[in-house]
Design a protein. Structure first.
Length: 274
């Protein structure tokens, strides 16, 4: 007869397996500068598409893509959302996708990666408040959306680095989202050399001033100028390379991605209000 300790250990193992997030094997295909990952787990299906501006050593095994189903009420996960009451995980897509290239894999890219999460699990509507969020491993999720398109739903954004991705329903006031994105861009400008920072700060300030008085076209034009200036100096004065050994070095990519997402939110504010 098994001892009580052995019996208890067995049940603890079963309990751990029941409570653990359901993980899936992800099928990844690479063609040129694009990687497509098909996810099918627990009846939830989605497709992750990564399109690189310029990439070295791209292959399925060097991307480190994983997917898992998560609990809608997981307290640790909810703490990582920007608002426990206004941002939520859709019940039809409780899917966390992680892209964490292995340290010795040699993957590297310049500028940005276009990210798309495509799913038939969610319906598309004009003015949808579904958004694509990204977080460093274990960190706070931030909105990186620069497009929401039909098919059924395609949430898209650009990034200057990886880790975890969630599609969330975001009911926060758009004006507060815009303000957060301005703050994030201003903070990232601290990594830009002083000689280039002044002109970029001016464009960002002009965009913010325009938004404050409802001049959305002027704000978007200033952001387009901001992105053009970043692109002009990317790879020169402004660092633009991400690699497995220098994961925080892609300043240009972060600025380009942040400005694209900010432009989307300003457009949403113009078209749908707060």
């Amino acid at each position: 007869m098994k001892s009580f300790a052995a019996f208890r250990a067995g049940w603890m193992l079963v309990l751990a397996l029941v409570l653990a997030p359901v993980q899936a094997a992800v099928q990844v295909q690479v063609a040129g500068n694009t990687a497509t990952a098909d996810v099918d787990i627990g009846g939830v299906q989605a497709e992750l598409i990564l399109t690189f501006d310029a990439v070295d050593a791209l292959s399925a095994d060097k991307l480190g893509i994983k997917a898992q189903l998560v609990s809608l009420t997981d307290p640790l996960l909810l703490l990582r959302l920007p608002s426990a009451s206004l941002t939520s995980i859709p019940a039809a897509l409780p899917l966390l996708i992680t892209v964490e290239p292995p340290l010795l894999g040699g993957l590297a890219f310049n500028n940005t990666v276009r990210v798309e999460v495509h799913t038939h699990a969610l319906p598309y509507t004009a003015g949808s408040q579904l958004r694509l969020f990204k977080a460093p491993l274990g960190g706070t999720f931030v909105d990186i959306t620069d497009e929401v398109a039909p098919g059924s739903v395609r949430t898209r954004g650009t990034i200057g680095g990886f880790s975890e991705f969630l599609v969330l329903l975001d009911l926060r006031p758009t004006s507060s989202v815009v303000a957060e994105k301005f703050s994030a861009l201003n903070a990232r400008l601290g990594a830009v050399p002083t000689a280039q920072r002044g002109a970029l700060s001016e464009r960002l300030a002009a965009a913010q001033a325009a938004v404050s008085v409802g001049q959305y076209a002027a704000a978007i034009a200033a952001l387009d100028e901001f992105r053009a200036l970043v692109s002009q100096d990317a790879g020169g004065a402004i660092r633009n390379r991400w690699s497995t050994t220098q994961r925080g070095g892609n300043v240009a990519g972060d600025l380009l991605a942040g400005a694209a997402s900010l432009k989307f939110s300003i457009g949403y504010l113009r078209d749908y209000g707060d």
